[in-house]
Design a protein around this ligand. Structure first.
Ligand code: NAP
Length: 479
């Protein structure tokens, strides 16, 4: 018998109850697993380890490459970053796969519609890069980073995942109508790669409409690939379509590494009460068994969960905490049902996912032409836009750059600015080449330095034209 080594992190709050239920069930299938228990999260933060993830946990994961984990909490006042996000980033688990399906006995407004869909969420980029700065004492900024490499990896994975489960369509959900460069990168990548998967139908949907359509007619979706923040939000929504967070498993996948966990958090108010629903972690265990190639055991556990629910063994989140079966009893029912098939309900047969082959080297795609055509110089100022504009024009007199416009939180306020704008003290001052010819970036920096003698410059951003295309977007109201 193959013996698999798995790092198990019981986690915080309700984590240990859920994880132990899943371990007992998986052990009962007869699959040989050597569980190596390690810790992360609250207790680790409280030991003074700022990342919430100690070295021995990192070492164990580096060895086993497979993790089953409970949710991790970030106690207020300890650590700067979530231990979850740290784990995802440490091991570059770039994809988060979040399936939901209709379940017997769990009645929702969608019962009978056969909801069976998967959100494939990009897991390391976007606003979760966590690069935040105070630009002024009262204006904060978070960088939304979307790379061509990250987009390609997640799009390919979504299609490969669809193929591994015999799914028919992949929808790409973005906000590319507003964030043309960042969210647009995922959409363009999707449209470029989709023709390589002619067996799978592909379509794009704007993320807000996606949320609307998910509530209105969820059965139209099969696989949805999306950016990190969008995926975080819509996957909580999709879990509610099938009965809530107690039923939503997930897999964090990277190259040669996989971390399986529920979508839900540590729900501290239920910790230790033996009342919560462990299904999400158990189904995460099913995903783990598939990853380990134990497809028969995975199907056995999924069927046993379906049979248990079909028998009406429901936890308090579904039927009320005064009536629900206890977490530990639920696990025993699932174990007792191993080998049974839930009549009228099927489980998907799956094949191993062909992970996209990605070079570990940084992608450096030299442009054919890359020209600096201006600079956005951000200025902290309490002046009225007209006064600031006049001052900047006079400072830039004789420079290779001229002021084109000033915007405030994205809307043009100078010249001929929108009088309705309630300005804050953070102005994006767009300077463009006076001659129309490319400039040198140090000329923009020299101008920023000069402006800084009179005003307070927060930062400078190049305006690039890459391969003949503008690498920046216009302000609202800018010509
Ligand atoms: P949460 O722990 O997911 O709980 C929110 C609510 O969802 C609970 O109060 C409960 O709803 C319901 N719920 C969640 N899991 C359930 C289960 N297994 N069975 C039954 N009901 C369940 O979200 P949170 O309260 O926002 O976060 C608590 C902590 O978890 C935070 O420290 C957060 O950072 C952390 N977190 C960790 C992860 C992770 O490790 N991956 C993910 C998310 C959050 P009712 O109140 O309606 O009964």
């Amino acid at each position: 018998m193959t013996k698999h080594a798995v790092t198990v992190i019981p986690g915080d709050g309700i984590g240990p109850e859920c994880v132990h239920a899943a371990i007992d069930i998986i052990n009962a299938t007869g699959v040989g697993i050597d569980w190596i228990e390690r810790h992360a999260g609250e207790r680790v933060f409280k030991q003074g380890i700022a990342s919430g993830v100690p070295q021995e946990t990192i070492d164990s994961i580096s060895q086993t490459r497979v993790v089953l984990k409970g949710p991790l909490g970030t106690p207020v006042g300890f650590g700067e970053k979530s231990a979850n996000v740290t784990l995802r980033k440490l091991f570059e688990t770039f994809a988060n796969i979040r399936p939901v399906r209709e379940l017997p006995g769990v009645v929702t407004p969608y019962t009978g519609q056969g909801v069976d869909l998967v959100v494939v969420r990009e897991n390391v980029e976007d606003l979760y890069a966590g690069i935040e700065h105070m630009q002024t004492p009262d204006v904060a900024q978070c960088l939304k980073l979307i790379s061509a490499k990250g987009s390609e990896k997640i799009v390919r994975l979504a299609f490969e995942f669809a193929r591994s489960e015999g799914r028919k369509s992949v929808a790409c959900a973005t906000k590319s109508n507003i964030m043309k460069l960042t969210e647009g990168e995922l959409k363009r990548t999707f449209e470029r790669i989709a023709p390589e998967y002619p067996d799978i139908q592909s379509w794009h949907v704007i993320i807000d409409n996606c949320a609307h359509q998910l509530v209105k007619k969820p059965s139209q979706f099969d696989v949805i690939v999306t950016t990190n923040m969008n995926g975080d939000i819509i996957s909580d929504l999709t879990s509610a379509l099938v009965g809530g967070l107690g039923f939503a498993p997930s897999a964090n996948l990277g190259n040669g590494i996989a971390i399986f966990e529920a979508v839900h958090g540590s729900a501290p108010k239920y910790a230790g009460k033996d009342v919560i629903n462990p299904t999400a972690v158990i189904l995460s265990g099913v995903m783990m068994l598939k990853h380990l190639g134990e497809f028969a055991a995975a199907a056995d556990v999924e069927h046993a969960v379906l049979a248990t629910l079909m028998d009406g063994r429901l936890t308090g989140d579904v039927v009320g905490y005064d009536k629900g079966v206890k977490t530990s009893e639920y696990a025993k029912h699932v174990i007792a049902n191993l080998g049974r098939r839930a009549e009228g309900w099927s489980v998907r047969t799956a094949k191993p996912i062909q992970m996209p082959q990605v070079s570990r080297n940084p992608v450096f795609r030299p442009a054919k032409t890359k020209e600096v055509v201006g600079a956005d110089i951000f200025v902290e100022s309490g002046l009225e836009p007209a006064e600031l504009g006049k001052s900047l024009e006079s400072i830039a007199e004789g420079a290779v750059l001229k002021l084109k416009m000033i915007s405030n939180r994205g809307t043009k306020v100078y010249p001929d600015g929108n009088p309705n704008i309630d300005c804050v003290c953070h102005h994006r001052c767009r300077f463009v080449s006076r001659s129309g010819e490319p400039i040198r970036f140090d000329e923009a920096l020299a101008l920023a330095k000069k402006i800084n003698e009179t005003h307070e410059v927060c930062h400078v951003e190049r305006l690039l034209r890459i391969d003949g295309k503008d690498g920046f977007t216009k302000a609202q109201g800018e010509d």
